[in-house]
Design a protein around this ligand. Structure first.
Ligand code: ADP
Length: 631
């Protein structure tokens, strides 16, 4: 019997696919089982209107069996089957597989962008990744004759008549010989097969059965001291069939959701929030999402993989589909199942995929709405969430040139100096004083350190609240936000804090006195500071160090950490309170003891540096300075 060649180009592509497309050989079983399930779907559907089918919904099943002696793996279904023409059309033309059609439907431009190998999904032919010889024995519903399709790979196939009683299809794969790198024998082991089925085909809607070898105590030795064991076989259904996310919410208990999450995503803790959603429309999908209650230990490392599990009608396509989640919600875990996603979609295609894009958009909205409502209705949970993942939202405001800040700003919280707890920007603005122009923030290492900043004094006197920022990202976040509800965000170190005190005019006498102080300090400190100015925000403190230009002290510290050689420095401005006693004392020494006056001046700078949370350049010198003044 003459061998038929695979249709044009198929041969080359088959070769490409077998040898290079998929490094993950495991997925062949998923593909074969999915085809079986599709074939059953077709016959099952027919049975609704055609009494001759003679099978009930509960009769349909897929059977998997392995024979170690012949090294064959067989997958059988009692689905619709194929006749000669179907075999010819479906298994003779690799290019007719679903993914190829998908490629054809895409525009010319897209076609070029995608790597040729990546375009090909896998499908039936993926079995050639593990099998050297495949026989398909099949009988189509309504047909008397059964057929046998046989192929050993790219060199073609034969179709002959054969006998088969029941309608359906058997796919019989003789596995490749083991090589040094690869053991194909593993696909004959029941533990491997059942694990693969559990992983990739758990939610196929028909039972996937396999004869499982088990062990038990021999009946007759049951009561003896040394019981003997015997092997026996028992058919087992390996898949759980109904995925939790397909069940209506009311039929699932919290316990079940939590258990599912903990097992699937390997977390010891129950999730903080379960989000179950079902969307029908342009794109249809069901999703079951979880917000973990704690930051995963590897969350800030490369090991942590963002993404959701993507299923197509119960068949796992991808473990971590990154495209489904925006970066700022990367902490979300879960599954998405859509019949609209092609089973054969490759990673390369995902980015362009319209269905995936659409799902990602609505999922993002859903997650945001859930968080907003948690913030409103369950503050305690939101606080927990925020302490675990709030920082991610702040990064989200900064990333992509602040593109997402509008969406995220209402989810942010910062520590309020007045309330002594985290508050939202809206809460801050709602409680602003009538004469308060800006939203004030102060940065520092800790709440305590910030609380002691001398520059806060006047703001506190005015009863204005101040947001205390202690995360590295906070200041970048403020720069990105710039304002909230038209209220500008202002650092407490800013020259203009919009305070009534700032508008107080100095008298001529005060002015000349201040000038004298400023000039003396400038001369004494020289290059150590960029400028010396009279401060309007100091009360009980003599000096404060502020930063001019775009780089703040917190940023300087951050840059020093990430790039110690970079030398990005904040420009230091020493602001002074000329009416302060220590300044007056310093000035009083100018005529009598110049050295002492200069030492005072140096010391004031050191104090200002320490208050700003900066390290002193020379601690020994500082120490000497203090000691000399104590004499
Ligand atoms: P795809 O499933 O993407 O269409 P495949 O290469 O996996 O591509 O399968 C090609 C076609 O062969 C299927 O569309 C189906 O018509 C047919 N086929 C494969 N397996 C079976 C089966 N077990 N029973 C009936 N038809 C099948």
């Amino acid at each position: 019997m003459a061998k038929k060649q695979f249709k044009s180009e198929s041969k080359r592509l088959l070769d490409l696919m077998i040898n290079s497309i998929y490094t993950n050989k495991d997925i062949f079983l998923r593909e074969i089982i999915s085809n079986a399930s599709d074939a059953i779907d077709k016959l099952c559907f027919k049975s609704l209107t055609d009494n001759n089918v003679g099978l009930d919904r509960s009769d349909f099943k897929i059977e998997v069996s392995a024979n170690k002696d012949t090294r064959t793996l067989t997958v059988s279904d009692n689905g619709i089957g194929m006749d000669k023409e179907d075999l010819e059309n479906n298994l003779g033309v690799i290019a007719s597989s679903g993914s190829y059609k998908f490629k054809q439907e895409m525009g010319e431009k897209d076609k070029e962008d995608i790597d040729i190998i990546g375009q090909f999904g896998v499908g039936f032919y993926s079995a050639f990744m593990v099998a050297k010889d495949i026989t398909v024995i099949t009988k189509k519903y309504g047909s008397e004759q059964a057929y046998k399709w046989h192929s050993t790979g790219a060199d073609g196939y034969t179709i002959t008549e054969c006998d088969k009683d029941a309608v359906g299809t058997d796919i019989i794969m003789i596995l490749k010989d083991n090589t040094e790198e690869e053991s194909y024998d593993q696909y004959l082991e029941q533990y491997k097969l059942s694990a693969l089925i559990k992983k990739y085909s758990d939610y196929i809607r028909y039972p996937i059965e396999m004869e499982m070898k088990k062990s038990r105590i021999k009946e007759e030795t049951k009561d003896s001291e040394k019981p003997e064991y015997e092997d026996y076989f028992e058919k087992e259904t390996l898949n759980s069939m109904v995925p939790l996310w397909q069940k209506p919410k009311k039929d699932v208990t919290d316990e079940e959701y939590n258990q599912f999450y903990m097992e699937k995503f390997m977390d010891y803790n129950e999730p903080l929030k379960v989000i179950s959603t079902s969307v029908e429309g342009v794109v249809t999908y069901k999703a079951l999402l979880f917000i973990p209650s704690k930051t995963p230990y590897n969350y800030f490392t490369k090991e942590y993989k963002k993404g959701l599990q993507l299923y197509s009608s119960g068949v796992l396509i991808m473990d971590n589909c990154e495209e489904l989640l925006p970066e700022h919600f990367r902490f979300v875990k879960g599954v998405v199942d859509s019949p609209d996603v092609s089973l054969n979609i490759s990673r390369e295609m995902l980015q362009q995929d319209r269905v995936v894009k659409q799902m990602a958009k609505t999922l993002e909205k859903k997650i945001k709405n859930e968080l907003s409502s948690m913030l409103k209705k369950d503050r305690e949970s939101y606080e927990k969430f925020y302490s675990a993942f709030g920082i991610q939202l702040k990064y989200g405001c900064v990333a992509d040139y602040g593109m997402n800040k509008g969406e995220l700003q209402d989810l942010l919280m910062f520590y309020s100096g007045k309330e002594k707890k985290n508050i939202t920007l809206k809460e801050y603005v709602d409680n602003m004083k009538e004469n308060q122009k800006y939203i004030y923030f102060a940065t520092g290492e800790s709440v305590d350190a910030i609380d002691r900043l001398p520059v806060l004094e006047l703001l506190k006197d005015n009863d204005f609240d101040i947001l205390y920022l202690t995360d590295e990202v906070d200041e970048f976040c403020m720069q990105s936000l710039m304002a909230y509800n038209e209220k500008e965000l202002r650092s407490v170190l800013n020259d203009d804090l919009g305070l009534p005190e700032e508008n107080k005019e100095e008298t001529e006498e005060e002015k000349s006195q201040s000038e004298g102080v400023v000039n003396f300090i400038k001369e004494t400190l020289g290059e150590q500071v960029s400028d010396v100015v009279v401060s309007k925000k100091l009360k009980s403190y003599p000096v404060v160090l502020t930063a001019k230009g775009g780089v703040s002290f917190e940023m300087e510290k951050y840059f020093a950490q990430v790039n110690p050689e970079g030398g990005v420095k904040a420009q230091r401005v020493l602001e002074i309170n000329p009416n302060h006693e220590t300044i007056k004392a310093m000035m009083s020494y100018i005529d009598t003891d110049m050295e002492k006056a200069k030492s005072y001046c140096q010391l004031l700078l050191c104090q200002a540096q320490l208050m700003a949370g900066l390290d002193l350049d020379n601690t020994a010198q500082y120490s000497e300075l203090v000691l000399s003044l104590m004499k």
